[in-house]
Design a binder for this molecule. Structure first.
Ligand code: ATP
Ligand code: MG
Length: 570
């Protein structure tokens, strides 16, 4: 159901207009020749080709969802195709764990890649292109140190190795490949334009020596191509029509086209869009990796993170995430989106799809003194969707209510919950109760409330509170979440750890009505009055664990709910 809903959300975007993506600003070498166009169309049959190229060095996050929505979504909307391509050219940071997690999240989001490829699968072809460039006098083996190289590029000065003969370059590049150099002793640089105003054109590095085992191709290679060398060539080899990336790559489009023109290869449209940023969250894979490594969060799928794995665990649905991406849209201006926009999109989705259940988060026991027994009450599963039917819930003479629904004195005219005195309070789907007395522990804390019940509901109560039978219920560990960050400066401050809110996770022990334990991890319910809750993946046959997804309404959680520091109103 989740996957098809995501598909439906993505399908709704036929409005997306490919002509926008064709408006890339031309750069020299941008135009394809008629021969290249003919060859390209022969291969693609005119269907637009896209790619989503994550580097497997971390978990996908909401920013990647936006990129996927654009790439897979455009392909789907226009009868095209889309690759999932692992851009795996930095083996030191990459890992099989990330490779597996990425494809899992792509599929969870409802996308079905037409092909799954790895940049590393093309290394033999890339090597052949490098040799071709050397033969054309357009690449050279360089022994400058990283500092020297940086200086040359800043001062726009040629490397002393720039004018070696083709033969020597071929020989030495082969030596690089054979492992005759230590790391850092030799690089292959393209011979572009050291005088260019665009720093990336100043002979960018094409290959480096690295003795690191690669997660996908193991130790086949000891030289690795750079991003600038790899990305455009593989886009071309995969016959991509639209190469869409985030704005920080804009300065690299010139070298992208330069290389394709030198090798006379197909040139995709290149179009850059702004990165998605969301308030209260970190979307840098590097920073997320730090949080996980230091044990500050429960893992890459911590419900406070906007990794897709974390969002799934928090109760987000692919449909809501894709809908959010649609609403945010694709622009070239910098933007930080309020987390409330994401939450509201989810709320709308959950309101429609979630069944209602009774649960008490911070329980206090209630004993009925004027009636003993057990009865079944009928409760609708969804107030607006009768097709979801009713369920029968046991009501018993001892039950729990939430501590927030009890006051020891009836002295607040705005409080309609239980308090000693003659005022009747409704129990959802059951009778009215009147609080006769309460017991306390040695600290004066209320422990048991005594009530009389009136099943005929002679009075009309101002409110109906939630309850859960004390004898026929399921204990549940409840995890309540607040934003992980106390301040959005965390996104830009290198010392971002000081902005972590240590109390962003609060655990309570509550009770859910019988049957809630049958829900599976990642399935959500609406707990009447207290918000949306999702079954956590830590759940075992002996212990149900639920995370609060969201309160029922934005910014207006009942003060009552055992809830630390509410988010402030904007
Ligand atoms: P990070 O900085 O989080 O590591 P990245 O850009 O290195 O992200 P990649 O794995 O290289 O991540 O990204 C895969 C695709 O997703 C790229 O096309 C990239 O531009 C896009 N992408 C990554 N982050 C965002 C974001 N915040 N908003 C939109 N698109 C993004
Ligand atoms: Mg990257």
């Amino acid at each position: 159901m989740a996957a098809s809903a995501a598909a439906a959300a993505a399908e709704g975007e036929t409005k997306r207009d490919l002509s926008i993506l064709q408006s890339g600003r031309p750069v020299e070498g941008y135009l394809n020749t008629p021969e290249l166009i003919a060859a390209h169309e022969k291969k693609t049959g005119g269907a637009p080709y896209f790619r989503f190229p994550p580097e497997p060095n971390g978990f996908l996050h909401i920013g990647h969802a936006k990129s996927m929505n654009l790439n897979f979504g455009s392909a789907r909307a226009h009868g095209g195709k889309c690759y999932l391509r692992y851009d795996d050219t930095n083996p030191e940071a990459e890992d099989q764990v990330y490779i597996d997690a990425i494809v899992e999240m792509v599929e969870w989001m409802g996308w079905r890649p037409d092909w799954v490829t790895y940049s590393s699968d093309y290394f033999a072809e890339l090597y052949a292109f490098a040799v071709q460039l050397i033969k054309a006098g357009k690449a050279y083996v360089d022994h400058s140190t990283p500092d020297q190289l940086k200086q040359q590029r800043e001062l726009r000065e040629d490397s002393p190795w720039r004018n070696r003969s083709v033969e020597e370059n071929l020989l030495l590049f082969n030596h690089m490949r054979q492992g005759r150099y230590a790391e850092g002793e030799a690089t292959l640089r393209v011979k572009a334009d050291m005088k260019s105003d665009n720093p990336n054109m100043r002979d960018f590095i094409a290959y480096r020596v690295k003795y690191v085992e690669h997660p996908h191709i193991k130790d086949t290679w000891c030289i690795y191509p750079s991003y600038d060398f790899t990305h455009c060539l593989i886009d071309s080899l995969e016959d991509i029509d639209y190469s869409l990336c985030t704005l920080e790559f804009e300065t690299r489009r010139e070298s992208y086209f330069w290389l394709l023109a030198e090798l006379n290869l197909w040139r995709p449209h290149v179009w850059e869009f702004s990165r998605l940023n969301v308030t209260g969250s970190l979307l840098s894979k590097r920073k997320i990796n730090v949080l996980v490594r230091k044990g500050i969060v429960r893992g890459f799928d911590d419900p406070r993170l906007l990794t897709l794995a974390g969002m799934r665990r928090r109760g987000y649905t692919p449909a809501a995430i894709n809908r959010f991406c649609e609403l945010v849209g694709i622009t070239r201006s910098m933007n930080v989106i309020q987390i409330s926009m994401l939450e509201n999109t989810l709320r709308e989705d959950l309101d429609e799809r979630c069944e209602r259940r009774l649960m008490v988060i911070d329980p206090i026991k209630v004993v009925v003194d004027n009636w003993k027994g057990e009865m079944a009450v009928e409760c609708p599963n969804h107030p607006r969707r009768p097709e979801l039917g009713n369920r029968s819930v046991p009501f018993t003479d001892t039950f729990y209510v939430d501590r927030s629904d009890f006051h020891t004195m009836d002295d607040n005219s705005k409080f309609y919950g239980l308090a000693p005195g003659p005022r009747a309070v409704g129990l959802k789907y059951s009778g009215n109760v009147v609080c006769k007395s309460f017991e306390v522990d040695k600290n004066g804390q209320p422990t048991v409330i005594h009530v009389d019940i009136d099943f005929e509901r002679k009075d009309k109560p101002k409110t109906n509170i939630s309850w859960v039978s004390a004898t026929a219920s399921t204990p549940v560990e409840v995890r309540l979440y607040n934003p992980l960050l106390k301040d959005d400066r965390a996104a830009i401050d290198p010392e971002f750890l000081k902005f972590i809110d240590e109390n962003s996770e609060v655990i309570t022990h509550g009770y859910a009505e019988k049957g809630v334990e049958k829900f599976q991890p990642f399935e959500s319910i609406q707990v009447e009055r207290f918000g949306y809750f999702v079954v956590d993946s830590d759940t075992t046959p002996d212990q149900l664990v639920m995370n609060r997804v969201l309160s029922l309404r934005e910014d207006k959680s009942k003060a009552a709910v055992a809830e630390p520091a509410q988010r402030k109103k904007k």
